[in-house]
Ligand binder design. Structure first.
Ligand code: MG
Ligand code: MG
Length: 272
């Protein structure tokens, strides 16, 4: 069942989403060779609690930490540990926060130091595919329209679209209806309606779309060991159109990236 949100609830959710956005922005300055994912996890937990929120993943389905930290060939759901990040690698950071009984949930894949152009292209295309998907999130369209758009765009670049893990509705629980696959067929699936809030989150592999799960019950890696990227935004349907609640502006400010990529999905400009 899809649980729609009122305008007031959407504004509360924007606050939760922006706490995650700020957390990712804080982490953007800390991601560097030598730092461990457990150190970053501690920074994030403290930061989220300082904002009067609760880490959204900690304890959820018994997940042991604040952040899902998935380096290189790990797709998602990596558990923070004491292994230092290595120059030239990438790290996907997925973060959740709960405030005023609503969740925020979004993700960004960072370069660790300098990365090669092939890996940078994977990050750029995956992030772009997120907006390709968001553009289809409007009243009159269906779940399959978002998945179709992301899949077509991604596969055109020769990348693999992960099938087993999907985006989702978001609200008072982390995972609500509908499931939002990053693949699909036009005109298929549930209809989008006013007041829906969803997390759209393409997980894109440089090689095969196939994955495997580790014995820890969490970590997912690509079957061929090639890198994987993950970008996620929280998006509401307001006045029939997509309205982004989260933002990468804090991350991009920290990294010196100038882009207006989110602006078409926001009714009022977000000044940070
Ligand atoms: Mg997430
Ligand atoms: Mg999510």
């Amino acid at each position: 069942m899809i649980i729609t949100k009122t305008r007031e609830e959407i504004e509360i959710m924007r606050e939760s989403a922006l706490i995650v956005s700020k957390t990712l922005g804080m982490l953007a300055k800390e991601v560097k060779p030598g730092v461990t994912t457990l150190q970053l996890d501690k920074l994030a937990e403290d930061f989220i609690r300082e904002q009067g929120a609760i880490p959204g993943f900690l304890g959820l389905y018994d997940f042991p930490n604040t952040l899902c930290m998935s380096p290189n060939e790990q797709v998602v759901h990596g558990i923070p540990n004491n292994t230092p990040l290595e120059e030239g690698g990438i790290i996907s950071i997925d973060c959740g926060a709960l405030k005023n009984e609503f969740y925020g949930d979004h993700a960004y894949t960072f370069a660790v130091g300098e990365i090669d152009t092939e890996t940078q292209k994977l990050l750029d295309i995956t992030r772009e595919s997120l907006y390709v998907g968001i553009r289809e999130l409007k009243v009159g369209n269906r779940v399959g329209d978002v998945g179709y758009a992301i899949q077509q765009f991604t596969e055109k670049h020769g990348y693999g679209v992960v099938r087993e893990l999907v985006g989702h509705g978001l609200g008072r629980t982390m995972h609500e209806d509908p499931e939002m696959p990053n693949y699909g067929r036009r005109g298929r699936g549930k209809k989008f309606i006013e007041g829906m809030v969803v997390a759209i989150e393409p997980m894109t592999n440089m090689g095969t779309h196939k994955i495997r799960q580790h014995k820890d019950g969490w970590t997912i890696t690509t079957l061929d060991g090639k890198p994987s990227a993950h970008f996620e935004h929280d998006v509401a349907i307001v006045d029939g159109k997509p309205e982004i609640l989260s933002t990468f502006k804090y991350v991009h400010k920290a990294l010196g990236i100038v882009t207006d990529e989110e602006d078409e999905f926001r009714q009022q400009p977000l000044v940070i």
